[in-house]
Structures are given as structure tokens and as C-alpha cells.
Design a protein around this ligand. Structure first.
Ligand SMILES: *[C@@H]1O[C@H](CO)[C@@H](O)[C@H](O)[C@H]1NC(C)=O
Length: 407
């Protein structure tokens, strides 16, 4: 018995060491840490931790013990939640959707601004718990009521579940603003990464609702705005920059959209759509719409490969039918609320939001734009990590709070 236990322990030790070594080698061989990033070593450590979780997730998934997304979320949720004496936090359910409500403890004579926050994480990472510190901070420094919205995630739930769940919670909140002391004229939707996608879509969907208070503004932080075109400059320039490398992005996206990741090479060469489709979407997706200054760092325009018919049938058709914020007609986009957009130079998805920015500006929607020259995808999540904080995360929070206070 003891002998068996020793063997098991030994095997576990060998496996852990093996995985650890693999992760470090994989990181050193593949990750690109641009010179413009302020704390390269911190980013390396973050990336190795993410890779470690992902690799263990894959092992556990292969052993049918636990799915990868569930394991990774379990791991990041082990981080202790810190209570703030100035903020009252309430866990609620709107229907079956979990939400967290953050209210400043000090009383206010007038109704407050309300912020509905949608977290990111690409359906793999991210949870109400892992965004607790960010929402708490946002509530405290902006003096607003913050509603953090949860949605069902992978492995069971896929596109467009985050949008459906978040929309329901948003409508629920908009109908009960009075109960939470929120001014109906000052409700802001805010999200990072996939949460930004959700925020933008909800703004578009709410435009047709006359029965609800009008959204005052939207704040979109490095959001994914389209799911068709993968040859934009940033997709090329930042494909190996952590935390969102092309490999991780492909994993999240293919799981989320339920497509086979084996199509990656066709999709990234544009072989999944016929020429007629490209002609149709060009006005929204053309790299010509991205300012020249973003194309200087190692970007050469790449030609599209010819149509791969099976990729079109299996992937292209599905992606064409999926509504992302950038793929919505002008009549709708022209009516969305004022926007504050935050982009990061070293973000794989940077150009999605740059394209949306141009769209909004062309249609006359007021835009405030902040570009973080030293930012990377996911940097906001380091905001409350003390030693592991990147200064850029505090700058993002500052510009958001400044925008909200100016409304
Ligand atoms: C389409 O792509 C797949 C996967 O790369 C490949 O196996 C297949 O041969 C391609 N088909 C055509 C017609 O090019």
C-alpha cells in the first residue's frame, strides 16, 4: 500500500516537473515580449502561470477529470476576495443569472451613476469573483453603483449565450434603477475583451427599446468586434505577444464559436469566405481603414488564399451568421450611445476596436479614444495585484473614471 502511494507520489512529481519545464521552454521559444512593454519579466511570469494552468487543464481534460475552462477558472478563483470597508457588495440573482452589486457605503442625496460591467476572459477565463477587485475599485473611485454581470460559459455554453444572459440582466437592472439609487439618465455599459463585445452589442440592441431608459455611454476596452477577418495588422504584429497570443485566441474563439481549430490556417489566410462575401464586408473590415501609424511595426499586407469550399461550408457560413458589433448595419450603429474606447498597442485584437472607432466617427457618434502605447491584452486584470501591477492598468482605470465623471 505504502509502496503504491510512493509510486503515485513519484509519478505526480515527475509529471509536475515535466509540465513546469515544458511551459518554461514553450514560453521562451514562442513568446514575443516587445521592447515597449514596461515590465517584461512580470509579463513573462504571468504568461508562464497562464500556460501552466492551460497545460494542466489539458491534462485533466484528457484524463476526463475536469474540463480545461472549468479548471482554469477554478484556479484563478482561488485568489482571495478582499472586502473594501467603503463598498457594500451584494450577491444577487436576476432570474437565474448571477450578478454582483457594488454600492458606495456613503449615502448620497442625489441618484448615482450606474455602471453595468461585463467581464472578459474569452469564455475560458474570467468570473464574477476574478473581477471583484476591479469592480470594487471602479465603484469606490467613481462613486457609482456598479452591477457586475455573470453569464454562462464554456464548456457547456457557447456563442451567443454571454450576450443573451447579459442582455436579460441588463434589462432587469434598467427596470429597477430606482431600487438601487441609480439615475436613469446616467447608466453606462462597460466591458473588457469579450465583455466589451457584449457591451457594444447590448448598446446596439437597446437602441430599438423605447420602454427602457436610454444608455448614456459605453466603455469598450480591447474588445473583439468582429469574427470574420484575421489578417488585420495587429493580428500579425501581436500574434506571439502574451497574454492573448494567436494560439490562445484561436483556442477561445474556436471553442466559443464551436468550430474545429484545425481550420486555423485557412481562417488566418482568409480562405473561409468567397470573394463576394469579402466584397460585401470590405467597407467595414478593410485594413485601409486603420491609420498608417499602426502598420509600421513589422506589418506587410498579406494576400488572401483562394476559397477553400469545405472551410466555407463548415466555418465561413457560421461566422457570417454570427452578429458581432462591427457587422451591424449603419442605421443601428449610428444610433448607439457615446463611446469611450481603450486600445492597447500590443494587443492581438487592437485593430477590431480601431475599425469600430472609425465606424462610429464616420456615423457621427461621439468617441473618446485612449491608446495605451505600452498596453497588452488583459493588462487591466493586474490593476489590484500590488507587486504584479502594470502601471498601464492604473492609467486605463483613470481614463475610464475620468470619462464617467465627465458625463
Ligand atoms: C481545405 O483545407 C483543408 C485543411 O487545411 C485541406 O485539408 C483541404 O485540402 C483544403 N481543400 C481545398 C479544396 O483546398
Amino acid at each position: 500500500m505504502l509502496f503504491l502511494l510512493l509510486i503515485l507520489l513519484g509519478a505526480g512529481g515527475v509529471l509536475s516537473t515535466g509540465i513546469g519545464l515544458y511551459v518554461i521552454c514553450y514560453h521562451l521559444l514562442t513568446a514575443d515580449i516587445p521592447a515597449g512593454i514596461s515590465h517584461p519579466l512580470k509579463l513573462r511570469i504571468f504568461h508562464c502561470v497562464l500556460l501552466l494552468f492551460m497545460t494542466w487543464g489539458k491534462v485533466l481534460e484528457a484524463l476526463k477529470i475536469c474540463s480545461l475552462p472549468r479548471f482554469v477558472r477554478f484556479m484563478h478563483d482561488l485568489m482571495p476576495v478582499k472586502q473594501d470597508p467603503d463598498v457594500v457588495v451584494t450577491d444577487l440573482r436576476f432570474g437565474s443569472n448571477p450578478v454582483k452589486l457594488y454600492q458606495p457605503k456613503t449615502s448620497s442625496l442625489t441618484p448615482r451613476t450606474g455602471i453595468i460591467f461585463y467581464h472578459g476572459g474569452g469564455m475560458v477565463l474570467g468570473s464574477l469573483k476574478s473581477y471583484h477587485r476591479i469592480c470594487c475599485h471602479l465603484c469606490k473611485v467613481s462613486g457609482s453603483v456598479v452591477l457586475s454581470v455573470g453569464y454562462r460559459q464554456l464548456p457547456e455554453h457557447r456563442f451567443p449565450v454571454p450576450e443573451i444572459d447579459s442582455f436579460a440582466s441588463t434589462v432587469h437592472f434598467l427596470r429597477s434603477l430606482k431600487d438601487y439609487g441609480v439615475d436613469p439618465a446616467r447608466v453606462v455599459l462597460c466591458g473588457d475583451s469579450l465583455g466589451g463585445t457584449v457591451a457594444a452589442r447590448i448598446c446596439q440592441k437597446l437602441e430599438e427599446r423605447q420602454d427602457l431608459p436610454k444608455i448614456r455611454a459605453q466603455i469598450l476596452i480591447y474588445a473583439k468586434m468582429q469574427g470574420l477577418y484575421f489578417q488585420l495588422p495587429s493580428y500579425e504584429q501581436n500574434k506571439n505577444v502574451p497574454m492573448l497570443t494567436r494560439r490562445f485566441a484561436t483556442y477561445c474563439f474556436s471553442q466559443y464559436m464551436d468550430i474545429n481549430p484545425a481550420w486555423e490556417h485557412v481562417i488566418f489566410k482568409g480562405g473561409h469566405l468567397p470573394t463576394e462575401s469579402w466584397e460585401k464586408y470590405r467597407k467595414w473590415l478593410d485594413p485601409e481603414n486603420i491609420p498608417q501609424r499602426f502598420k509600421q511595426r513589422g506589418y506587410r499586407p498579406v494576400s488572401r488564399m483562394p476559397l477553400n469550399e469545405s472551410a466555407y461550408l463548415e466555418v465561413g457560413l457560421r461566422l457570417e451568421r454570427a452578429t458581432f458589433p462591427l457587422m451591424v448595419e449603419d442605421e443601428v450603429v449610428a444610433r448607439v450611445p457615446e463611446a469611450c474606447l481603450v486600445t492597447c498597442e500590443y494587443d492581438f485584437l487592437r485593430d477590431d476596436l480601431l475599425l469600430y472607432k472609425k465606424r462610429l466617427e464616420d456615423l457621427g457618434v461621439p468617441v473618446t479614444w485612449h491608446h495605451m502605447e505600452d498596453g497588452f491584452h488583459g493588462v487591466l486584470n493586474t490593476l489590484t495585484l500590488r507587486f504584479f501591477q502594470f502601471p498601464c492598468s492604473a492609467r486605463i482605470m483613470n481614463v475610464i473614471v475620468h470619462f464617467i465623471k465627465g458625463l
